[in-house]
Design a protein around this ligand. Structure first.
Ligand code: SF4
Length: 180
């Protein structure tokens, strides 16, 4: 089966999308999330994803943690609300890096788990994915993983596997009072 690079933001959000993709592809996981703050939280989410990939026998790659580059990329948008312009830049940053990784690995198609979350506007995620695909001459698979109760299904798998479940999206601006 053809490989697909799956940008994954955490084990929870990856759980259902990867099952779905396996019907038509051989998924290769890419953890690229320099938006996550603080570093201890980044490590916690990263290690949970690594543990699950190893348990399931999924091939995976972990990007370098370079939050300073992410901060520079979203500069000026710190006060934007969730689902706003900062999030679109954040999608853009992670999907451009994912496209670059797919290109380096010789994988022609990529997608992301980001569309599984009801807190994210799938249309904006897809726009960022398509732009990244165009820049690297790849195909971005527009799959809205939240459809057909996708979020519920991913939460069920997460619960069954006793995954660590975070209380906020990822960046320091998304931390709600009492969520740390
Ligand atoms: S709220 Fe989430 S998607 Fe939006 S900028 Fe922060 S980490 Fe990125």
């Amino acid at each position: 089966m053809e490989e697909i690079l799956l940008h994954a933001c955490c084990a929870v959000c990856m759980a259902y999308p990867i099952e779905l993709l396996k019907e038509n592809y051989n998924p290769v996981v890419f953890f690229c999330n320099p938006n996550i703050y603080p570093e201890a939280e980044y490590i916690r989410r990263r290690d949970e994803l690594i543990k699950y990939c190893e348990q399931q026998g999924y091939k995976y790659f972990i990007d370098d943690y370079e939050p300073e580059k992410w901060y520079a990329y979203i500069k000026g948008l710190e006060k934007e609300p969730e689902k706003g312009k900062r999030c679109n830049k954040c999608f853009e940053y992670r999907l451009l890096k994912s496209a670059q990784k797919a290109k380096d690995l010789g994988i022609k198609t990529f997608t992301t788990t980001l569309s599984v979350s009801p807190h994210k506007v799938s249309k904006n995620v897809f726009e960022a994915g398509q732009n990244a695909a165009q820049q690297y001459g790849l195909t971005f698979l527009e799959q809205d993983f939240k459809k057909q109760n996708g979020f519920l299904k991913t939460m069920e798998i997460a619960k069954k596997n006793d995954f660590y479940r975070q209380q906020y999206c990822g960046c320091e601006f998304s931390i709600r009072k009492n969520s740390l």
